[in-house]
Write a protein of this length. Structure first.
Lengths: 315, 310, 357
C-alpha cells in the first residue's frame, strides 16, 4: 500500500455556501485519498455533498477550509495560472444528464474539441480533427458523427460524446458524476464497460459519484459513504459489503433494491435515525477499525462495531 | 399478423445471429434542426398568413412611393378631400395630397421604426441582459437597479423633455425608443440566461477552461437566441403603435412627413365627414400588427414546440 | 388462479401515433390480464410502450395517438347494488372516462412529484378537490378526510402541511402527497409510473413500503411501470416484460428472475451490474431498439440477438407456455429449436437462491 502513488489527497476539507446567518456547510472534515489507477466511489444521497466535492476538486466550487492536493501539489484555493491550466488538462469530468451536458447548438466536432481549442492543445486544424476522431472511435462512435448535432443522438450516445470530450484532453483523473443514472438499463452496461476498458488502457483514475451502492460494487475498488457532508465509512468494496458498520451504511444497503425477488421479499427495511448517535460527551473520531476500513464514530460505537465484526466473522 | 399458413423450412431453427453485424450504431438520419423548424413553421397557417401580410405591405411600402407619379408632399388644394377613386386609390387629404402614396410612405416610416426597435432590442437589451444575468452578484444588482430607475421614469416625461430640447422628428422618436424600448428585452434575456446558466453543458465548458466571454457568446447566446428573436417579433407591433400614439398626441413627426400615426391623426380630424382618411391607415396598421403577432407566434411554435408525447 | 377475480382484460391492443405525417406503431398487439389485489410490474426500456399502455387504460393518450384495434375490459363490483359491471375503456368517450374512471376507479402516480402537483395550490386544496368533485363531498368533510389521508401516507404535522405549497416539501414528501391525492377516492387500480425514479434510495424504499401498506389496507390492485429490476423484485407478484410495443414474456416474479426464457429478458438481467462479475465485462445489448415507423418482420429483438434463429427474422413467434403462469414469446421454446442455455446471470441467481436454502 505504501508504494501506491496518491493522485488526489483531500485533507480536512470544508465547503460552505453563503455567509453569516445564511451560511450552509455542505461538506465538513472530509479526509480521503485516491490512489493512482483505482476507481474510488463516493456514495450518498442528494444533499450529501458528493457532487460538491467532485466539483471542488475540479475547481468549479471554491473551498472554505482544508486542502485538495493533486500529485502532491495544492490545487484548492488560489493557485498559479499554470497550475490551474494543468488541473484543467489532467482532471476532467463526466456529467450526469446526457440531455443537458451537451451544447445543443454546437456540432459534435466542436463539443469534443472545446478543451483543445481553449488551451491550444493541437498543432493545426488537421491535428485537431484527428484527435477528435480518435476520441470518438475510442468511445465506440463513428468518426463521421462529428458533423452532427446532439439532438440526433440517443441518450447513451450523448453520454459517450461527453466521455469523448473528457478523453480528448488526455486526462489522468476523471470525476464521473452519476454518469449512468440517467441512462436506460441496457445502455448503462455499455457505458460501465467503456469506463472500465478506458481505465485499463489509459491508466486512468476515477472518482465515481453515485447514489446506488449495488451498482458501485461492480465498478469500484474502494467505496466511501457520505451523509450530510461527512464521510461516515470508507473501505475496500467487498469489505464494505462484508462488514457494513455505520448505521447509515446499513440503512443505505437495506434500502437499495436487489434484483432478486426472494431476497427482496424477505428483506426488512432499516431506517437511519441520526439520533442514535450521542456525541455530547464521547466525541466521534475517524478511525481505521480494520486495515483500510475506516468508520466515523465515538469510542462506544467503535467498540460495538468491533464486536459486530467478531460475530460476523465467526459465522 | 398474417394468418397465412407458414411453411417451416428445415434450417429455420439454426443460429444465424452471430453472422449479422449488429454493432452498427444507428443514428437518426441527418436532418438538420433548421429543416424541422421550417417544416413546423410552414405547417402553421396563421404564421404563413402573417408573413405574407408583412411581405405584401413591405413591398407596397417600398415600391409605391418610388413608382407613383403623385408625390407624397405635393399639395394641390383643388383636389382636396377627394374620396377614393380610379386616380387616387385612397383619395386625397385636406391639402390635396394623394393618400395612396402618403399611406405607403407612412408605412415605410413605420417599418423603419420597427427595424430600429429590433436593433435596439438586440444590441442594447440583449447585451445588457446577458451581462447582468451571467455575472450575477454585484454586477447584476447594480445593472438591475439602474434599469429599474430608468424604467420608473414615465415615458411621457422623457418625451416632453426630449421635445423641449429637440425638434419633433423621426430622430426624436428613435431617441425616445432607445431610452425605453430595450428594457423588456433585457429582462427576458436575463431570465433566459439565469435559466440555462446552471445547465451542465455550461459547467462542462468551464471544466474545459473556457473563458466567460467565450461561454456567453458561443454557449449561452446560441441557445437562447431563438427565444429572443421571438420576443423582438412581439415588440415590433408595440414600437409601431408607439410611434402612432406619439403622432396622435402630436409628439411625433411633423408635416409634411407621413407615418401611419400622423395619417390616422389627420384622418381623425375629419372622421365624421371623410371616414376613409382615417380608417384606411388604421386598417393597414392593424394588419401590420396582426401580421407581426402571428409571425412571432409561428416562430415561437416552430422554434420551441411542446414535446410530442409518446 | 382460476378463482381470482379478473378486473382488467386487455386483448389485442394496437396503438399508433401520427408524428409529422408518419405513423408509428407504438403498441403492437398487447394482451394482459390483471387480477384483483395483485401487484404487476411492467418492465421495459424507453420506447417499449409500457407508459403508452397504461395511458390507454386511463384514457389519457396524447392527441396524436389512436387506438387502432383491441379492447380494454374493466370489471368492477358495485358495493351498493352488489352487481358486476364491465366496460370497454377503448369504446368510452372522453367525458365518460373522465367522470367515471379517472381518479375514481383508476388512479395514477407519476414520476416527477414536482410537476404532478400544482405549484400554485396548497396541498390541502389539491387533496380535497378530487373528493369534492367526484363524490360531492362537503368542504368540511373533505378537509377532515384530507388530513386523515396525509397521516395515512405518513406525513407528520398533517394539519400544518395542509396549508403548505408543494415547493415547501421535500421530494419524498411531495410524492407522498401525490399518492394521497391518488388514493383519495379509494380507486380500485393504482398505476404507478416510475414513481421513485426521481427520489433518493432510502426515500424510494419508504415510498414502496407505503404503497404496499396502502394496497393491503384499501384492497387495491397496483400496476408498476419501471425499468428498475430491483424495484420489480421488491414489489411485484407478476411481471410483464415489454419490448418494441409488445409483451415478450410474462409470469410470476420468481419465474421471471430465476427462470426467464426470452432473450431480451436475459439481456436485461445480464446487463445488471448487481449481477455482474467484477473484472469481467458486463454482457451488454448492442444496437438500438427497432424503429417502430417500419413494419417489423419476425421477432423484434432478433436484430440485436447474437444467438438469433433464422426463423426469428421470418415469422413472429407465438407465446409458448413454460408453466401455467409463465409464458414467453420466443422460438427458443419451440420443440424444434436447438438446446439453448440460460445465461450466466440467471444461473447465478438460481444458485444463490439454492445456497440460501
Amino acid at each position: 500500500m505504501a508504494e501506491r502513488e496518491k493522485l488526489i489527497e483531500i485533507k480536512d476539507l470544508q465547503i460552505s455556501f453563503g455567509s453569516g446567518k445564511k451560511k450552509f456547510i455542505a461538506v465538513d472534515h472530509v479526509n480521503f485519498d485516491i490512489y493512482k489507477g483505482e476507481t474510488f466511489s463516493l456514495v450518498g444521497e442528494s444533499g450529501s455533498g458528493k457532487t460538491t466535492i467532485g466539483r471542488a476538486i475540479l475547481r468549479i466550487n471554491p473551498t472554505s477550509a482544508g486542502e485538495i492536493c493533486f500529485k502532491g501539489q495544492r490545487i484548492s484555493g488560489k493557485i498559479s495560472k499554470e497550475l490551474d491550466k494543468e488541473v484543467i488538462r489532467k482532471c476532467q469530468m463526466i456529467f450526469q444528464d446526457p440531455m443537458a451536458s451537451l451544447n445543443e447548438r454546437a456540432k459534435v466536432d466542436y463539443i469534443v474539441s472545446e478543451g483543445l481549442i481553449n488551451h491550444h492543445l493541437y498543432k493545426d486544424e488537421a491535428d485537431r480533427e484527428d484527435k477528435v476522431q480518435k476520441a470518438l472511435r475510442e468511445v465506440g462512435l463513428l468518426p463521421e458523427f462529428a458533423s452532427r448535432f446532439p439532438h440526433e443522438f440517443s441518450g447513451g450516445q450523448r453520454q459517450r460524446i461527453g466521455i469523448a470530450r473528457a478523453l480528448v484532453m488526455e486526462p489522468e483523473f476523471i470525476v464521473a458524476d452519476e454518469p449512468i443514472s440517467a441512462l436506460d438499463v441496457s445502455i448503462r452496461a455499455q457505458v460501465l464497460n467503456l469506463l472500465n476498458r478506458l481505465k485499463k488502457e489509459r491508466g486512468l483514475t476515477y472518482l465515481f459519484i453515485a447514489h446506488d451502492l449495488s451498482v458501485v460494487r461492480f465498478i469500484s475498488d474502494r467505496i466511501a459513504v457520505i451523509h450530510k457532508g461527512r464521510i461516515v465509512e470508507l473501505a475496500e468494496a467487498e469489505e464494505l459489503f462484508r462488514h457494513p458498520l455505520h448505521p447509515y451504511t446499513k440503512a443505505l444497503l437495506s434500502a437499495v433494491p436487489q434484483p432478486d425477488p426472494e431476497v427482496e421479499k424477505k428483506k426488512k427495511l432499516l431506517v437511519y435515525d441520526p439520533s442514535v448517535h450521542d456525541y455530547s460527551v464521547d466525541k466521534p473520531v475517524w478511525e481505521e477499525i480494520l486495515p483500510e476500513h475506516f468508520v466515523y464514530g465515538n469510542q462506544k460505537e467503535l467498540d460495538q462495531y468491533r464486536k459486530e465484526i467478531a460475530e460476523a466473522d465467526k459465522k | 399478423m398474417d394468418d397465412k399458413k407458414y411453411e417451416f423450412l428445415p434450417d429455420d431453427f439454426e443460429f444465424i445471429g452471430d453472422k449479422q453485424n449488429i454493432n452498427i450504431d444507428e443514428v437518426a438520419p441527418a436532418r438538420p434542426a433548421w429543416k424541422d423548424v421550417i417544416y413546423r413553421f410552414t405547417q402553421n397557417k396563421g404564421a404563413i398568413f402573417g408573413l405574407a401580410c408583412i411581405i405584401i405591405i413591405a413591398l407596397l411600402a417600398i415600391f409605391v412611393p418610388m413608382i407613383s407619379h403623385w408625390k407624397y408632399d405635393a399639395i394641390d388644394t383643388s383636389i382636396a378631400n377627394v374620396l377614393p377613386n380610379g386616380t387616387h386609390f385612397f383619395g386625397t387629404d385636406k391639402y390635396g395630397r394623394d393618400l395612396f402614396v402618403r399611406t405607403w410612405q407612412g408605412t415605410r416610416i413605420s417599418l423603419i421604426i420597427a427595424l430600429v426597435a429590433v436593433v435596439i432590442d438586440i444590441v442594447v437589451g440583449m447585451t445588457y441582459g446577458l451581462i447582468s444575468g451571467y455575472f450575477g452578484g454585484l454586477v447584476d444588482s447594480i445593472l438591475q437597479r439602474i434599469q429599474e430607475i430608468i424604467n420608473s421614469i414615465p415615458t411621457l416625461v422623457v418625451l416632453t423633455i426630449l421635445l423641449t430640447v429637440l425638434k419633433p422628428s423621426l430622430y426624436t422618436v428613435i431617441l425616445a425608443l432607445i431610452f425605453t424600448e430595450w428594457i423588456p428585452m433585457s429582462r427576458i434575456t436575463r431570465a433566459q440566461v439565469l435559466k440555462i446558466k446552471e445547465d451542465e453543458f455550461i459547467l462542462a465548458s468551464r471544466t474545459l477552461g473556457a473563458s466567460n466571454i467565450f461561454i456567453l457568446f458561443k454557449e449561452i447566446l446560441p441557445n437562447i437566441f431563438g427565444q429572443l428573436i421571438i420576443m423582438s417579433m412581439m415588440t415590433i407591433p408595440n414600437a409601431i403603435f408607439y410611434e402612432a400614439y406619439l403622432a396622435f398626441v402630436g409628439l411625433g413627426l411633423t408635416v409634411p412627413q407621413a407615418s401611419l400615426g400622423t395619417l390616422i391623426n389627420s384622418g381623425f380630424e375629419v372622421f365624421t365627414v371623410y371616414p376613409t382618411q382615417m380608417t384606411i391607415p388604421a386598417i393597414i396598421l392593424a394588419v401590420l400588427m396582426l401580421g407581426f403577432n402571428l409571425l412571432g407566434d409561428g416562430l415561437r411554435d416552430a422554434l420551441d414546440p411542446t414535446m410530442k408525447e409518446m | 388462479m382460476a378463482d381470482r377475480e379478473r378486473i382488467l382484460k386487455i386483448r389485442d391492443l394496437n396503438i399508433s401515433f401520427k408524428i409529422e405525417g408518419k405513423k408509428v406503431n407504438a403498441i403492437r398487439g398487447v394482451n394482459l390480464d390483471l387480477y384483483k389485489g395483485e401487484t404487476i410490474a411492467i418492465v421495459g426500456e424507453s420506447g417499449s410502450g409500457k407508459s403508452v399502455t397504461t395511458k390507454a387504460i386511463m384514457g389519457i393518450l396524447a392527441k396524436n395517438g389512436s387506438i387502432e384495434s383491441g379492447s380494454i375490459d374493466y370489471t368492477w363490483h358495485d358495493p351498493d347494488t352488489d352487481e358486476k359491471h364491465t366496460v370497454d375503456i377503448t369504446k368510452m368517450t372522453e367525458k365518460e372516462i373522465q367522470k367515471e374512471i379517472r381518479g375514481r376507479k383508476i388512479a395514477m402516480v407519476f414520476q416527477d412529484p414536482m410537476t404532478s402537483l400544482d405549484p400554485t395550490m396548497t396541498i390541502g386544496k389539491q387533496i380535497m378537490e378530487p373528493m369534492m368533485y367526484h363524490y360531492g363531498t362537503s368542504k368540511e368533510e373533505a378537509y377532515k378526510k384530507a388530513v386523515e389521508l396525509l397521516e395515512e401516507v405518513g406525513i407528520t404535522n398533517a394539519e400544518k402541511r395542509m396549508k403548505n405549497y408543494p415547493h415547501q416539501l421535500s421530494g419524498g414528501m411531495r410524492q407522498r402527497v401525490v399518492i394521497a391525492i391518488a388514493v383519495a377516492c379509494r380507486p380500485q387500480i393504482l398505476i404507478c409510473d416510475e414513481p421513485t425514479t426521481a427520489l433518493d434510495v432510502t426515500i424510494q424504499a419508504q415510498i414502496l413500503d407505503l404503497v404496499r401498506s396502502l394496497q393491503s389496507e384499501l384492497h387495491m390492485t397496483v400496476i408498476y411501470i419501471t425499468h428498475d429490476l430491483g424495484v420489480v423484485a421488491n414489489v411485484a407478484d407478476r411481471v410483464a416484460v415489454m419490448y418494441a410495443g409488445q409483451i415478450v414474456e410474462y409470469g410470476l416474479v420468481n419465474e421471471i428472475f430465476y427462470d426467464a426464457w426470452h432473450p431480451y429478458t436475459w439481456a436485461l438481467l445480464s446487463a445488471l451490474p448487481q449481477l455482474g462479475v467484477k473484472g469481467e465485462e458486463l454482457p451488454s445489448i448492442d444496437g438500438t431498439p427497432p424503429n417502430l415507423f417500419n413494419k417489423i418482420k419476425g421477432d423484434a429483438f432478433a436484430p440485436r440477438n447474437k444467438r438469433a434463429l433464422a426463423i426469428d427474422f421470418e415469422k413472429e413467434p407465438p407465446f409458448f407456455s413454460i408453466s401455467e403462469t409463465h409464458k414467453a414469446k420466443t422460438w427458443y421454446l419451440d420443440p424444434r429449436a436447438p438446446k439453448i442455455e440460460q445465461p450466466d446471470a440467471i444461473r447465478r441467481l438460481r444458485e444463490r437462491m439454492r445456497e440460501r436454502g
